[in-house]
Design a protein around this ligand. Structure first.
Ligand SMILES: [Zn+2]
Length: 66
């Protein structure tokens, strides 16, 4: 997923505040905050961050063994 795609997804699933206590996602109309789409996106970003850390550690390990 590119950062543009992520940004578009965030934009689509914006939390919409309503005066009548009818706050919900403007993308999937879910009352859960954050909605499932945003939860999946956040999980994805977390995994990607963890992957980058592991990748970097691995590179350092390879370098130290040379
Ligand atoms: Zn949503």
């Amino acid at each position: 997923m590119t950062s543009d795609e992520r940004q578009a997804l965030r934009e689509k699933h914006r939390w919409k505040m309503n005066n009548e206590g009818d706050d919900r996602c403007s993308g999937c109309f879910s009352y859960d905050y954050p909605c499932d789409a945003i939860k999946v996106l956040e999980d994805y970003e977390l995994l990607e961050k963890q992957y980058q850390i592991i990748f970097q550690l691995n590179q350092e390990l390879i370098r130290s063994e040379l």
